[in-house]
Design a protein around this ligand. Sequence first.
Ligand SMILES: *Cc1c(COP(=O)(O)O)cnc(C)c1O
Length: 400
Amino acid sequence: MDAQYYIDLEEQFGAHNYQPLDVVLQRGEDIWVWDVEGNKYLDCLSAYSAVNQGHSHPKIKQAMIDQLQKLTLTSRAFHNDQLGLFYQELCALTNTHKVLPMNSGAEAVETVIKAVRKWGYKIKGIPPDRAEVIVCQDNFHGRTISIIGFSTNQQYRDGFGPFTPGFKIIPFGDTGALEKAITPNTVAFLVEPIQGEGGVIVPPTGYLKEVKSICEKHNIVAIFDEIQTGLGRTGKLLAEEHDGVEADVTLIGKALSGGFYPISAVLSNSEVLGVFMPGDHGSTFGGNPLACAVARAALKVLIEEKMIENAAKVGDYFMSKLKAVKSPHIKEVRGKGLLIGVELVPEAGGARRFCKQLLQQGLLCKETHESVIRFAPPLTISKKDIDWAMDRIEPVLKGA
Ligand SMILES: *Cc1c(COP(=O)(O)O)cnc(C)c1O
């Protein structure tokens, strides 16, 4: 069957909530994927950073096979022999006290909003139903009703109201605005260390550090959404490490399973997640033994195979190569580690047409925010692979 056959099936039977590029993928191995016609591509999106460890990593695959031959799902009505080990290893790695496992990133965000609201009422003493959470302009935290309610992207919201109240929006990267927005009812500030979907927006140096100290001063919970920036993407295990800070609560997801299975987690100090009592929150699949076994393997290979160090080193190399490209279409190249955005000037006619040309050249890239091309390959990529990619990226960026 040719690609068009599969595309037509999706078109006919699927909801049209995505606009994928015209490529039908069938197989993946490390940084490479193949389409149904046998063409090979370098994956420069990594499923929005869910495949940091590379496609079908053999050790994660084996861990998944081993576990699914034993036990896949118990629900949390019973204990399982993977969950505690997963907690222990994750806590040791991230210097965390308490973990709450969920499935998708959006669920982790929903979970933390519940937790900080309850923390506000039970610990901070805020009057009932008055809790406020501060968030940033151009944020991306997922697609549930509550989360899109505090999005500033009109398309994400249009037609989906009424929304959950209790959120206040301030500019990203602006600590003065944070100070001003805090009221006695503020319970938390939710922020991405680098805004990924927002167009790879890097805040001023020291931003997170300042955020953390403001949160401490006003007794509000600092929540860093590291679902995209975490797990090595920016050249550190967590992007907050660049600022030498630890959030009160950190959210991870995406690469937590290396792309094999949906799993996310809320990493917290004892006080915030401590507010949850049996029955307060749950998820049928959250913390299931298959997810835990896969996540344990995914974390292990990330560390053991030095993917984080590689992301820092190769990321710097990739960034310097992209910055050296002289093209009238490029406005700015920015990012950290292997999370890189190339912003085009308005006259360039949008990023999508460049992504289409890159596809022809054997690179899978996705535009974000219309005018930004995001380069976020698996963290296993080598300098040699970057040279291969640049031989194709440079002419496309320079072309008409
Ligand atoms: C992708 C993403 C989410 C949502 O994760 P899903 O698994 O798609 O629900 C939340 N926050 C950030 C920063 C993300 O990049």
